[in-house]
Design a protein around this ligand. Structure first.
Ligand code: UN1
Length: 494
């Protein structure tokens, strides 16, 4: 694929003239596409196009704006399978997950389209009966969306769809690792006939100048803590910008002593190893009651050993490659660090070699037991790979303390048959996404998606992004012929 930026309704090259490649992580000799390394000038062009389009776009009715999304989704649905294959080829997750990513993106478009004929403000009583007040939403302007490679289809659509339905226009800067999928999103948006400038996509190397651009009102970001913290600093220094950042987790499954062992083991394998542990919702910690520890460990390790690793396009492969060489190095370092920090290794994971493995970035699961320890780095830092700790606990109180003992707070699951214990977890653990008898992954688009503490800015994405990309305004109308004031403010005029 020869990728280009998509600015003001046209596919254009970058003024930088520089290029980068996107490769298949399961076969690094395969170049999937070449893309422009965008410059500050390209960023400016894209933001100006979005700014110009904004005025007309915001004046369309919400229903009319939604109809473009309907057209968009009809086109995407026809090519679901080829899009899923591209997602899998470019980011390496299993084909079932490639399909789920495309489905999740389609759901977001359908959901936002569905909201356009529903009420979307409030009517609020006044203390004066002749007055009506309304909470009305207004768009904010030009939105910058910066998205990761692990959900190359769904996450851009999570961020684009609520923004544009509300009347904003968007400049998307996708991860370099998954530029082909982003280019496809641009092609389908173009075919759906969105007015020029409503959706703009610029590739590679320009996130910083996009965030700093004075005409960007909102920055939506999903990715690493380091980048998110940088964005928060830029926003703090400007008077007209705000941001919503989703920034990872050190999520956990809590397995209590009454747990259904089948659910506990399956939920843990799914949470730790789907997407090769590279979701922000993946579980890096399994907090297990000592009464069931032995049984849990035995079954979990047995199942983890049986995981099929290989070409993610093969339907029976559970784990594809990790994304790149840097990921291999980071995960390997954390596996080594766990050993140094006193981990009891139950399943030693490493880079796989030989046959198909030599062509890509394949790693096997690493499972270890470690006592809770506030100084351990591996129990506190996000690894973003197939690396999971089993932490024994003696009670539900200890499980809650261990769960909360990280700087993150995204996804939490408890496995129990006792609704009272589940309620303790619901009330006392710090999280944005909570699950009972389920994995930590797999949230649906019509739920709020976001974490607390270091995991996010407390402004969840997906459905609740509407609150981020709109100003809520108060609009009050008097139906009387005289002015009656609330708060006893009515006075005789002189
Ligand atoms: C992410 O990894 O950044 O809940 C998003 C889930 C998916 C989204 C993950 N629906 O696991």
């Amino acid at each position: 694929m020869k990728g280009q930026n998509y600015i003001n309704g046209a596919f254009v090259d970058s003024s930088s003239g520089e290029k980068f490649e996107s490769r298949n992580p399961a076969n690094i000799d395969e170049v999937l596409g070449t893309f422009p390394l965008s410059s500050e000038n390209d960023v400016d062009n894209a933001v100006q196009a979005a700014k110009t389009a904004y005025d007309k776009w915001r004046k369309l009715s919400r229903i009319k704006r939604g109809e473009y999304l309907d057209e968009f989704v009809q086109l995407l649905k026809k090519d679901r399978e080829s899009l899923s294959q591209l997602v899998t080829k470019e980011c390496g997750k299993g084909i079932a997950e490639g399909r789920a990513d495309v489905t999740e993106g389609i759901h977001m478009i359908q959901y936002m389209f569905g909201t356009t004929r529903m009420s979307h403000g409030d009517i609020i009583d006044s203390e004066i009966v002749e007055k009506d007040s309304f909470m009305r939403r207004r768009p904010k302007g030009v939105v910058a969306a910066i998205t990761p490679w692990n959900f190359p289809f769904a996450i851009p659509l999570w961020l684009i769809c609520p923004s544009i339905v509300e009347g904003n226009t968007v400049v998307l800067k996708p991860s370099r690792e998954t530029s082909c999928v982003a280019n496809k999103i641009a092609e389908y948006a173009h075919a759906a006939g969105f007015p020029p400038g409503v959706i703009n996509i610029i590739h590679g190397g320009c996130g910083d100048s996009l965030v700093k651009h004075p005409d960007i009102q909102v920055v939506l970001f999903t990715g690493s803590c380091e980048v998110g913290e940088g964005i928060k600093k830029v926003v703090a220094e400007s008077y007209n910008k705000m941001c919503a950042c989703e920034m990872g987790g050190k999520n956990a499954i809590i397995v209590l002593d009454d747990a259904n062992m089948n659910i506990a083991v399956n939920a843990s394998v799914i949470s730790a190893f789907k997407t090769s542990g590279q979701r922000c919702t993946s579980a890096g910690r399994l907090i297990v009651h000592e009464n069931v520890l032995k049984e849990f460990e035995k079954q979990f390790v047995e199942l983890a050993k049986r995981i099929k690793i290989g070409n993610p396009l093969d339907g029976d492969v559970f784990m594809g490659p990790v994304i790149n060489q840097a990921a291999i190095e980071k995960i390997t370092q954390y596996n080594e660090l766990a050993k140094k920090e006193g981990a009891e290794v139950l399943l030693d994971g490493s880079r796989l070699t030989g046959k198909v493995y030599d062509k890509g970035y394949f790693m096997s699961p690493f499972v270890y037991r470690m006592q809770s320890n506030s100084k351990s780095r591996v129990l506190h830092e996000e690894v973003f790979g197939p690396h999971v700790a089993i932490i024994p606990v003696k009670s539900i109180d200890e499980a809650i303390n261990v769960y909360n003992d990280t700087e993150y707070g995204l996804s939490c699951a408890v496995i129990t048959e006792d609704f009272r214990k589940a309620r303790r977890i619901r009330e006392d653990c710090e999280y944005g996404l909570g699950y009972v008898n389920l994995p930590t992954i797999g949230a649906e688009v019509h739920l709020p998606f976001g974490g607390v503490k270091k995991s996010g800015t407390g402004l969840p994405s997906a459905s609740t992004l509407i609150d981020v990309v709109t100003h809520r305004t108060a609009w009050t109308v008097n139906h009387d012929v005289e002015i009656k004031m609330a708060q006893g403010l009515s006075v005789e005029l002189p």
